[in-house]
Ligand binder design. Structure first.
Ligand code: FAD
Length: 416
């Protein structure tokens, strides 16, 4: 069968694949992206964080994204019982972009991929990676839409296959996540929200009034629709009778403010669910391959960090890979895995504290110190690698002190 030769094969044309391809192509490397599906295709993960705009900019795609007319986003709102708090991302501690967008991923991912193509990147839609061989030379076995197989010899593989997790499966790299399994049920609705205090420029995260580990997202788009979803442990969802739609509607009806907000909403897309999505791997990268985005580790959707982590991994890997292709001897663990995981682990601390509800106390505290709020805001805006932020550099300790302060304040208020 046919054999081709390239510098880098990228598996998947989602955000991490498109950004990595663009960055490598700009440095005159011969890259080919193999994408199983035709674009546009649905993907979950519709609320971006401002930090991801830095990577879009680095790949020369900022103009295209800014001009596309996506729903503007400048923050996050949280509600629990009668409490409502907002975080304005422009009021953040870290340097960098303070606003971003809420996007239907079908069109957003297609825009990034098309922009990479316009820059000269070759993307083969409908081609699927079937197998890989790392020794003696790295080869990728691909099937064409008609089913014919061919081989690409390559110096390096970047796996950007998302939940497809191509290399983790083929190379037996998967290990269970350290987070308990959760299920998300979601859909798009025509929201018909007319409440004047509803801010379409923010994601709304609502907490279930009785079960604080159950939460909902409401992500407004620019076309009268919203993405709405709920996240809970599987046993809490499974005891509710019915299909995905009945379960989602039942859970929404248990949160009075969300129920009121969506009182006129109609379903715009079939409801679906995804369970046990958190994932982990033994090795993120070697001299032969690196895992980007969700193909590596996926934590949890609560802070909308997925696309930002995916793009950060693409940017980091592309820089390190360029050095290797130019003849440098690279320690991938030190140069890629550790720097990437630093930020992922920052998010992990806040995700865990969200579910043990200690971080929810911080979010819902009444009179936060403005400086501290800016630092927390930075993390919510995606700047989880910014070590000048004490809530990043010393996350665990800073967070636990802050939680104690918030608890003290809560007690004082109850006494007075
Ligand atoms: P993807 O965007 O998944 O792209 C992978 C591509 O690889 C796909 O196009 C696929 O067709 C292709 N592929 C797969 N297998 C093969 C193969 N064998 N050969 C060739 N191609 C292949 N993130 C956010 O930033 N904001 C959010 O609000 C958010 N909400 C989320 C809610 C839920 C419930 C979940 C589960 C996740 C959420 N995420 C969110 C995370 C987000 O979905 C992902 O992090 C993001 O899509 C990862 O991008 P990626 O580039 O790694 O992969």
């Amino acid at each position: 069968s046919r054999i081709e030769y390239v510098d880098v094969v990228i598996i998947g044309a989602g955000p991490s694949g498109a950004i990595a391809a663009s960055l490598l192509h700009k440095q005159q490397k011969k890259v080919v992206v193999i994408e199983k599906q035709q674009f546009p295709r649905f993907s979950i993960g519709e609320s971006l964080l401002p930090h991801c705009m830095s990577f879009i900019e680095e790949a020369g795609m900022l103009d295209a994204v800014n001009k596309a007319g996506f729903q503007f986003k400048n923050g996050a709102a949280f509600q629990y019982q009668k409490q409502h708090r907002t975080f304005d991302f422009t009021q953040k501690f870290s340097q960098g972009h303070g606003t971003t967008f809420q996007v239907q991923r079908g069109s957003f991912d297609k825009l990034l991929a098309d922009t990479a193509s316009e820059q000269g990147v070759e993307i083969r839609y409908g081609h699927s990676v079937l197998n890989v061989k790392l020794e003696p030379t790295t080869s990728v076995i691909v099937t064409e839409p008609q089913g014919t197989e061919y081989t690409i010899r390559t110096k390096y593989i970047l796996d950007a296959s998302g939940f497809g997790r191509v290399l983790p499966k083929l190379l037996d790299l998967e290990v269970p996540s350290d987070l308990p399994p959760r299920t998300a049920i979601f859909t798009h609705v025509y929201d018909h929200i007319s409440d004047s205090d509803f801010d379409r420029d923010k994601i709304l995260i609502s907490v279930h009034p009785q079960h604080q580990d159950i939460w909902y997202w409401l992500i407004p788009f620019n076309d009268g629709r919203c993405s709405v979803g709920v996240v809970a442990e599987p046993n809490l969802i499974e005891h509710i009778k019915g299909d995905d739609e009945q379960r989602l509607l039942e859970l929404i009806s248990q949160e009075p403010s969300l129920k009121r907000l969506l009182r006129n909403a109609t379903i715009a897309q079939e409801c679906s669910h995804i369970r046990g999505y958190s994932a982990n791997v033994k090795t993120l990268a070697t001299k032969k391959f690196a895992l980007l985005g969700n193909a590596g580790e996926f934590l949890d959707p609560v802070f909308s960090s997925g696309v930002t982590i995916a793009m950060k991994s693409a940017s980091l890997a592309a820089k390190v890979l360029l050095r290797q292709l130019n003849g440098e001897d690279i320690d991938w663990k030190k140069e890629y895995s550790q720097p990437l995981m630093f930020g992922v682990n920052t998010f992990r601390i806040y995700v865990q504290a969200w579910y043990d509800v200690s971080f929810q106390k911080v979010i819902f505290t009444k009179n936060p110190d403005p400086k501290v709020k800016q630092m927390v805001c930075s993390i919510l805006a995606g700047y989880a690698w910014d070590k000048t932020n004490p809530f990043v550099a010393d996350a665990e300790k800073r967070l636990s002190t802050l939680v104690q302060l918030c608890e003290l304040q809560e007690q004082k208020e109850m006494q007075s």
